[in-house]
Ligand binder design. Structure first.
Ligand code: ZN
Length: 180
């Protein structure tokens, strides 16, 4: 749960990051930036700000904004019927986006949120700088973290069904509850 004030502040800050990245956005789009705390109530440590640019039956294009040190919790995109699950390409636009995958532990720049080491199991660190990108295979477990200046990144994907995403942390709720 987050307060209305926290939501508005995070939305404004995310809009500033996007503007500084030089990506033009209309005011109506800024007002629609999703602020997700994943039901954890500690937005500065765990959360994400997401602006959906394209969402059709087939593809999704989003901007993901992470503040410095903010982590988007570990998750994967499971198969749905004959679909193997969402394939996603992330591309850094500004700042630095740390991506964590399973594999050899190369974590140097970032760290799991305090007290959450057990539910952030991926330790293979790749740090994407502006212009760098990475494609995540369907079903591949991953989490993201904003670098020292935060991160603005594109997410290009096959159809996103966020509600079906699976998280390692059992306390994650995909819906953000806002308290007025
Ligand atoms: Zn993902």
């Amino acid at each position: 749960m987050i307060t209305r004030r926290e939501l508005e502040a995070a939305r404004q800050r995310a809009a500033d990051h996007i503007q500084k990245a030089g990506f033009p956005v209309r005011p109506a789009e800024e007002a629609g930036i999703e602020v997700a705390d994943f039901g954890l109530g500690r937005l500065a440590e765990e959360g994400a700000q997401i602006l959906t640019l394209v969402q059709t039956e087939r593809i999704g294009v989003k901007l993901i904004v992470l503040f410095p040190g903010q982590s988007l919790p570990e998750h994967w995109h499971p198969p749905v019927g004959s679909d193997p699950g969402k394939e996603e390409t992330v591309r850094a636009l500004s700042g630095a986006l740390s991506v964590y995958l399973s594999g050899a532990d190369t974590m140097r720049e970032g760290a799991p949120p305090s007290g959450k080491e057990g539910v952030y199991t991926c330790r293979h660190e790749l740090r994407l700088r502006p212009g760098e990108q990475l494609t995540l295979r369907p079903g591949e477990k991953h989490w993201f973290q904003g670098g020292p200046e935060g991160a603005v990144a594109f997410s290009f994907s096959t159809v996103a069904r966020d509600i079906l995403d699976r998280f390692t942390d059992p306390s994650v709720l995909r819906a953000t509850i806002v308290k007025d």
